[in-house]
Design a protein. Structure first.
Length: 227
């Protein structure tokens, strides 16, 4: 499973969902890369990660064409319908995940920034991008800074990006300055793409830009560590 804090729900490809015996009782519209797709939903799934078990977790069945282009061994995405129920610490340098009380203890000395829980189960931070105030979702699945195409940005170049749903067309640009809390980046390469109807954020912030990042959706807390 790929850990993806930018995904509201957990996702499984059809073959893995069938093997897991999931019961799909409804359908929903999945928005990925600005594209809408009607997909089956198993809303009462049992998900276990390590010693942590959660019931009633929403799992969506979808081919995951984009993810499997990157790594064909990935069967699904562990999204916020599971991760959003607990404190989570992702340490990219140590290649380790802590959950609940262990995550809280390990993150005690990390820097904090202003965070906003979104109604779709994701968590966003306030940032300044090119002199504009923006709200960016913390996304472990993003490789680049992503900004909404409705921000009035000009002087962009065409490009491609991989989303959970596959390859999509985007616009490429460079942002002169990006600030999140006390962290500042210069001359940042970004992608401009549609965020979908009813989007609650202005873009995506790659979690991998930090050495470690802590998320607590219930308390609206984000902490991070950088070298």
């Amino acid at each position: 499973m790929m850990v993806d804090t930018g995904s509201s729900s957990c996702l499984l490809r059809p073959e893995s969902a069938l093997a897991a015996g999931l019961k799909f009782t409804s359908r929903t519209v999945l928005v990925s890369g600005g594209k809408d797709r009607v997909v089956p939903v198993a809303g009462d799934s049992l998900v276990k990660v390590g010693q942590e078990i959660e019931s009633g977790v929403e799992v969506i069945m979808t081919p995951l064409d984009g993810v499997r282009r990157v790594n064909s061994r990935i069967d699904g995405v562990l999204g916020q319908s599971f991760l959003g129920r607990m404190a989570v610490l992702l340490d990219f340098k140590a290649r380790r995940i802590w959950l609940r009380d262990e995550a809280k203890a390990e993150s005690a000395n990390m820097d904090a920034t202003v965070a906003t829980p979104l109604s779709d189960g994701r968590i966003a931070v306030e940032a300044m991008a090119g002199g504009k105030s923006v709200r960016l979702v913390i996304d472990t699945g993003a490789s680049h800074l992503v900004l909404a195409c409705l921000m009035g940005i000009s002087r962009t170049d065409p490009g491609l990006a991989i989303s959970n749903g596959g390859i999509i067309g985007v616009r490429r640009l460079r942002v002169a300055d990006l600030r999140v809390g006390t962290r500042n980046w210069k001359d940042v390469e970004a992608r401009v793409m549609k965020m979908g109807n009813g989007a609650q954020a202005d873009g995506l912030l790659p979690a991998r830009w930090f050495d470690a990042i802590y998320l607590d959706l219930a308390k609206g807390v984000v902490r991070f560590r950088v070298s």
